[in-house]
Design a protein around this ligand. Structure first.
Ligand code: SF4
Ligand code: SF4
Length: 225
């Protein structure tokens, strides 16, 4: 049977920095959390997020008979400028290795994602034990920090997990403790409420902003290029 250890070995071979896995299923309470965020209009002009919610909340709607979500992590440092391309090509390599070794069967629908489908990547990363969501609403990996991109391979096979599986909440971050550096530094005042306010986020309104990641102690010494 396919195991997390095998996946970690193969993902490392194709150049990912980490990977985790979670059983496919309906994302609860994330669905409720996102419904409420949308109801309050905090998503601003990202109206596309209002569509395809059933697909977004359950990847089995995207990939029939999906059993496992493999979440792969690639640091900014290793992804280059076109991270979609870098991640997609590594996901294809990973799938080819798994097929070659007879560990999975071919999937006849799109099962590799990187910002490319209604897919709650950050929630799946947390479920896969790859970190927690900080007060800056970014995924914070325990050793890689938040300068990471995510890609997912959805499998129709179960994956045995023999290492400790850390399923953590996506809606609060105990690692942040009393720290409020990102909230205090945010130029638009988008942080500090339970829900991130996209309408006040400079990155979503006018130009690139990574202040809430730059000030985070979890990113100390990490390369953000
Ligand atoms: S990207 Fe900038 S504006 Fe948006 S939440 Fe982070 S610090 Fe605030
Ligand atoms: S800056 Fe502080 S509060 Fe914000 S995400 Fe990082 S650790 Fe958490």
């Amino acid at each position: 049977m396919l195991s997390l250890e095998i996946l970690q070995c193969l993902t490392s071979k194709v150049g990912f920095d980490d990977c985790g896995v979670a059983p496919a299923g309906y994302l609860e309470p994330e669905a409720r959390f996102m419904d409420e965020w949308l109801r309050q209009g905090l998503h601003g002009n990202m109206s596309y997020l209002e569509r395809n919610r059933s697909l977004r909340y359950d990847p089995r709607e995207l990939v029939k008979n999906a059993q496992s979500i493999v979440v792969c992590v690639l640091t900014y440092e290793h992804s280059g400028h076109d991270y979609h391309r870098a991640i997609k090509s590594k996901l294809y390599e990973l799938e080819a290795l798994l097929l070659q070794q007879g560990l999975i069967t071919p999937c006849d629908t799109q099962n590799k994602f990187c910002d490319s489908a209604p897919f709650l990547e950050r929630a799946w990363a947390v479920k896969a034990g790859l970190g927690q969501v900080g007060k800056n609403h970014q995924l914070i990996h325990p050793t890689l920090g938040s300068y990471v991109h995510l890609g997912e391979l959805v499998l129709k096979e179960p994956v045995e997990q023999t290492t400790v599986h850390r399923a953590l909440s996506t809606v609060n971050c105990s690692n942040c403790s009393d720290c409020t550096l990102c909230i205090d530094a945010c130029p638009g005042g988008a942080l500090g409420q339970p829900q991130w306010d996209a309408r006040k986020c400079v990155a979503y309104t006018t130009h690139k902003c990574t202040v809430c990641q730059q000030v985070c102690p979890m990113n100390k010494g990490k390369n953000h290029e």
